[in-house]
Design a protein. Structure first.
Length: 215
């Protein structure tokens, strides 16, 4: 994902926090958090080779499919739960977010924006599933199961009963402050639980730190 997303997450997480990274990959970012923010971190990753890389970095990592739940963790075990680039790969994202809020106080999610202008233009003029910098794989190879926009994610958060306490948007040129649903390729949100819904209920929540105009 865009380097700005990782820099943003580093700013959001206070020193000495307890962090669970879901879909930790090779552990590079979790290692950076440990080194720069002195967090107590754990990673969950389904690929055994990547888990081995995490262990080589001196990290605590578990081989598991996060789609199976987080039963191994106690309620409130972490301050922050991370889903950086794995959110759109989840079969049941709402269930995983509920579990993330059970084990953590705040959840940080980064995802690709399927409503970016290049995506729209490829669909309009080529009539095919888009391939872009942030969506580099053809449809039959991608691990993405959900193709959502920024507006979709915001509605999802409201329906679930969580609030975006902060958010940031990026494209190849850097941070996006105007028309992010059209211009941003990737987004990251810091979520706080107001009242996690176990059914789809739409409700208006408070304003976030970032005010934007979107289409």
């Amino acid at each position: 994902m865009h380097p700005g997303i990782y820099e943003t997450v580093l700013r959001w997480i206070p020193e000495k926090s307890r962090v669970l990274d879901l879909g930790a990959g090779d552990g590079a970012f979790l290692e950076r958090l440990v080194q720069t923010r002195q967090v107590t971190g754990e990673g969950v990753e389904k690929d055994s080779a990547l888990v081995a890389r995490c262990v080589e970095r001196g990290l605590v990592a578990h081989q598991s499919n996060i789609a199976d739940g987080l039963d191994q963790y106690a309620d409130g075990a972490f301050d922050y739960v991370l889903l950086i680039g794995t959110f759109q790969e989840l079969v049941s994202p709402a269930e995983i977010i509920r579990e993330a809020f059970r084990v953590g106080h705040e959840v940080i999610i980064a995802y690709t924006n399927f409503a970016h202008v290049r995506v729209r233009l490829q669909v309009l003029f080529q009539g095919r599933t888009p391939v872009t910098r942030s969506l580099p794989q053809p449809w039959y190879r991608t691990s993405n199961l959900h193709f959502l926009s920024i507006l979709d994610f915001q509605q999802f958060s409201r329906d679930l009963g969580v609030r975006e306490a902060a958010r940031a948007f990026f494209n190849a040129r850097g941070a996006v402050h105007v028309l992010p649903n059209l211009r941003a390729e990737e987004a990251v949100s810091l979520l706080q639980a107001d009242a996690i819904s176990h059914r789809s209920v739409t409700s208006e929540r408070g304003k976030t730190k970032t005010e934007t105009h979107q289409i």
